[in-house]
Design a protein around this ligand. Structure first.
Ligand code: URA
Ligand code: SF4
Length: 204
């Protein structure tokens, strides 16, 4: 069966998973990426944040959410009163998917097939960390976490339930980047913060 499963160590803790992911060939995305970007944060966190996939910065540095979207996320976490050191941060897809345009590498949304192929890693992370709440940032993450298509606008901010943890769906911080300095920024930012507060409260 295609996908990451054969590379995922049984019952591995986060450190073991992170180490094993370097070898993953569960889909074709490893080939053009610089490196796998696994996760950051404590292996016993109550709150897990799931993004879409690493971006250009993350691909170069090997850490999730270190680029512009990561700054928006950090600001939103601070506004929601969440200590970033206590949060486990990962992505639905662990390799950067992009289109080369001259010297630039343009983000390309992962296909459902990539989300599926990579899902054994996320499943193993959830089993290892056992967070009280998983926050899905955007539609790709929400599909990965809930295992079904999700319309963020229709389901955001509710405390849902899936595979033994609460799940809160919200917008992806990259979606906010497009609004920076424009009408709509404050509202969009406040809505993200409100969803993170809901998640914080549900995490206890
Ligand atoms: N966007 C994501 O979804 N994840 C990252 O790690 C960075 C940007
Ligand atoms: Fe493996 Fe996921 Fe990378 Fe594909 S994107 S090679 S499944 S780690």
């Amino acid at each position: 069966r295609p996908g990451a499963q054969q590379w995922v160590p049984d019952g591995g803790d986060v450190a073991a998973l992170r180490q094993a992911a370097h070898a993953c060939r569960g889909c074709e995305l490893w080939a053009d990426a610089t490196q796998v970007v696994f996760s950051e944060g404590p292996g016993d966190a109550r709150l897990m944040l799931v993004g879409e996939q690493p971006g250009d910065h993350e691909d170069r540095e090997g850490e999730p959410f270190v680029g512009p979207a990561g700054r928006v996320l950090a600001d939103a976490l601070a506004a929601a009163g969440v200590d970033p050191e206590t949060v486990y941060v990962t992505n639905a897809v662990k390799h950067f998917r992009f289109e080369q345009r001259g010297k630039r590498r343009l983000h390309k949304t992962p296909d459902v097939a990539h989300v599926r192929a990579c899902s054994p890693w996320l499943r193993a992370e959830r089993a290892a960390v056992r967070p009280h709440v998983v926050v899905a940032l955007g539609a790709t993450a929400a599909r990965a976490v809930l295992g079904r298509p999700v319309r963020v606008g229709a389901e955001r901010g509710q405390v849902l339930d899936s595979e033994g943890s609460a799940v809160v769906v919200t917008t992806h911080p990259s979606a906010l980047l497009r609004l920076r300095g424009r009408d709509g920024w404050d509202e969009a930012f406040d809505a993200l913060v409100a969803d993170l507060r809901t998640a914080r409260a549900a995490a206890g």
